[in-house]
Structure formats: structure tokens, C-alpha cells
Ligand binder design. Sequence first.
Ligand SMILES: Nc1nc2c(ncn2[C@@H]2O[C@H](COP(=O)(O)OP(=O)(O)OP(=O)(O)O)[C@@H](O)[C@H]2O)c(=O)[nH]1
Ligand SMILES: [Mg+2]
Length: 326
Amino acid sequence: MSECRENTKQVKDSAPTSGKTPEKVPVTESVEQEPTHRSGFVGIIGLPNAGKSTLFNRLLGQKLSIITHKAQTTRHRIQGFYSDDHCQIIFLDTPGIIQPTYLLQERMMDQVSRLRTDADLLLHIVDGWQLPDSSDIVYDTLRELKLPVILIVNKIDTLTSDKVGVAVDACLKHYDYVDWVTISALDGKGVDTLIGKVKSRLPEGPAFYSKEEASDQSMRFFVSELIREQLFLLYQQEIPYSCAVNITAYEEGEKMDRIHAEIVVNRNSQKGILIGKKGSKMKELGIRSRQSIEAFTGKKTHLELFVKVREKWRDNETFLKSYGYR
Ligand SMILES: Nc1nc2c(ncn2[C@@H]2O[C@H](COP(=O)(O)OP(=O)(O)OP(=O)(O)O)[C@@H](O)[C@H]2O)c(=O)[nH]1
Ligand SMILES: [Mg+2]
């Protein structure tokens, strides 16, 4: 509404500068009407490490998705809501596209496949340093999803403008994108332009969620993800990929939350590595996770971590379901 009033004011103010007397200016009726409201679901997809979660958090203005320098950090599809007076965009962060070798990875790829029915638009994010070729696995997925796709070349903060141009040209050769944009998800360059392009492609429609909310995912989910992020940052090789985090108790207190979490490992031999000498590694994991949870919730937290062995949980349908991988 306020935008309509401002526009009306501009037309009136600009009349004298045309040199015409007010009587000769054609009268245009100003009809105040609600601007069109748009809403829709936008999937962010690409190879592991392309910067999907970094972009997702940047678009939403807060950290809802965990980020590390390691591939396959994201395992779930995460919903975040971008709302203003005229639109609501539900952004969907997804796991990096890979050829699955075990059931957990198949479940991760199912999250991407479901975009076919759940999304209106896709953002294909490409690391500007890793130019795709026609055999890139992401193109198979894009063809299967059959949705309009905006190409995003990311990490331009580390590229010369020549290299950015080369990256865009290389990608445009392989797919019929509806549009493209170059960004740095890390410093935010180009992200406003991207939001404008996304808005203009959304269907007309009302908001799906309250405009006050940032996500519909539970606090338990975010807490388990923050612990998993620390596992990725603290442990090497296969350990982060072999762990699941299961929140077994979450008691909210006025001054302090009490949380119990199980770190589930894939093999008995991983238990010792996780715990470390005299429990030193687990202690560090506990401290770092607690600090990260407190920064997220804004509340003091008492966190207790337990290690549990669930042989080959990554290939076990029942365990996968109970850890939220459906
Ligand atoms: N320099 C630079 N680094 C970036 C940018 N965007 C992401 N990164 C870095 O790239 C790495 C991977 O970022 P993520 O956002 O976790 O990538 P992702 O695509 O979500 O990765 P997966 O969840 O593993 O599929 C991190 O170290 C980020 O800091 C960017 O615009 N510039
Ligand atoms: Mg990610």
C-alpha cells in the first residue's frame, strides 16, 4: 500500500517540471490496489560443497543450515522462509548430488528427487572453480526434475571477472536455464539480484506459513545438526560420515535447557576414536557443541553426549527412519 501512495505522489510532483500548467496535465485516476502477492517453493541444488547451505543462510539472514569445508555436510532437506509484504519464498536446502553407495546416501538423494513435486523453481548453484561438463551428474537430475532452473555461479569473491565469464559460458552450454546470476554466497554480492529474479518467477498466491517464522523445523532438529557440524569440524576421514546424532531428551527450562544426545557410530572400532584419550575428544566435542547451541538458542544449555554403536546403521532402514532419514 505505501508503495502505491508514493507512486501517486511522484506523478503529482513531477507535473510542474514538464512545463505544462496543471489544467493541461491529463488526469490519470490513481487506483489504490494491493500489489500482487507471490509465494512458492524454491529448491537449491548442486554438487557437494558448491555453497548451497551458505547461500540458503545468506538468503534467510540467519544460520539455519550447517556449513563446513567438507563435502556431504547437508543430509536433510531444510526449509527456510523468506517473507516480506508482497511475497513468501520457501527455500529448500538439499544434500549435494552424488552417486549413492549406501542407503543413507540414497535417502539423501530422495530429498533432491522430491523437489519434482514440491518445488516451483530450482536454483542450480555451481562453484565457479569447478566447471561442469555434459556428464555432470547434476544435469541428469535437472532433466528428471523438469522444473525451471536459474543458474548461479558462486564464489565470485575468489574469481577474476574473466574467470566468472568463462564459468557462466561453460554452464550455459549444458542446460537451458531460464536465467543466470553470479554471486558470492559468502559476502552476499549478487544475492539481492538473485532474490529479485526469484520473486518475479513465483506464482501468485498467499503465504503458506506465518510471516513471523523462519522455519518449521524443530529445535531438536537444529540442535542435532549443530552437534553434527562440530563432528565434521573436529574429526577426520570417515568419522563424520559414520555418525548420526539423535536427541534423546530436550527439557526446556526458564534459565537453562537440558539436552541429551546420542552420537551413533557405524562400527565398534569408531567408538574409541570418537571418545579420544581419556575422553579428551568427547569433552572438546561437548564444549564446542554447547557453545554453538547456546549461540543458536540464546539460552544457557546443559548438554550431555553419549556414544552408541549401531552396526551399519547407514544401511539399516529402521535406524535410518528413527534418525530422521526418510
Ligand atoms: N570463498 C567462498 N567460499 C564459499 C562461498 N560459498 C560457500 N563457500 C565455502 O564453501 C564450502 C562449502 O559450503 P557449503 O555451503 O557447506 O556447501 P554445500 O553446497 O552446502 O555443501 P554440501 O552440504 O556438502 O552439499 C564452505 O567452506 C564455505 O565457506 C563463496 O561465495 N565464496
Ligand atoms: Mg550443505
